[in-house]
Design a binder for this molecule. Structure first.
Ligand SMILES: [Zn+2]
Ligand SMILES: [Zn+2]
Length: 238
């Protein structure tokens, strides 16, 4: 085992040992095996009356928002229940930049309901892929880890090799919406285990949606009819 591998295994072990007795967010002691204390739980907020298309708040509950009516996104449906702020934001930032997978499990379990209620269910979950270099550098793909939790909870298989990212791209953070679109153009390839008609693409956070939009374009071209986007959190439009 390499030095990094060993360090990672050690960290996992520590996380496992610590997780049942303390709050993962504030570190206070917990009597039961819950991973968040009651006051931290309160900071995890759901997006109020989300639009079924873009997962941002819709002025009319249960209806597609005016922005999506005017300019419909490529995908057919989006579920991203958590507000990307406060504790959720801190969590997800840790998830991107460190070995904090136990946090993603906690968040995934916290917000399973909206995915469970959404019918009909997709046939398969497709995690947004990382480029090979990024995967080697980070050691895990957070989108895959999230997909695995929802897969277990909802009984939907994951096809982890259907989507690949053969072209390395710049990090999307700090780029404008137009630059993000150009950055991910033709970055993805799709070769599924079998032909799917209804899929859910899984990611941690949806920001402008340019990555998801490019993936959806590739999926539609390959004959996928219905593309859902499943994410933990949604960044609100400004
Ligand atoms: Zn706490
Ligand atoms: Zn919308």
């Amino acid at each position: 085992m390499s030095g990094t591998g060993l360090k990672r295994a050690f960290n996992r072990c520590i996380n496992y040992l610590l997780a049942p007795g303390i709050c993962l967010a504030c570190g206070c002691e917990l009597e039961n095996a819950d991973s968040l204390c009651a006051s931290c739980q309160e900071h995890i907020r759901l997006v109020p009356s989300p639009c079924a298309c873009c997962a941002q708040p819709s002025p009319i509950a249960g209806r597609v928002c005016p922005a999506c009516l005017l300019n419909p996104p490529r995908w057919q449906k989006m579920i991203a229940p958590l507000q990307y702020r406060g504790l959720v934001r801190d969590y997800l930032l840790q998830l991107k930049f460190s070995e904090a997978l136990y946090l993603s499990r906690t968040l995934c379990e916290q917000c399973m309901k909206p995915f469970g209620r959404s019918l009909p269910r997709p046939e398969v979950l497709l995690p947004v892929p990382l480029h090979r270099d990024r995967l080697l550098e980070r050691g895990y793909n957070q989108a895959l880890e999230i997909a695995l939790v929802w897969s277990r909870g909802l009984g939907i298989p994951v096809d982890r090799r259907a989507l690949t990212r053969p072209r390395a791209t710049l990090s999307q953070s700090g780029l404008s919406a137009a630059q993000r679109g150009r950055n991910v153009a033709r970055a993805f390839a799709y070769s599924p285990r079998r032909r799917y008609r209804h899929v859910a693409v899984v990611d941690d956070i949806v920001t402008t949606g340019s990555t998801i939009s490019e993936i959806t374009r590739v999926l539609h071209r390959a004959g996928v009819e219905y593309v859902e986007v499943w994410a933990l959190a949604r960044v609100y439009r400004r």
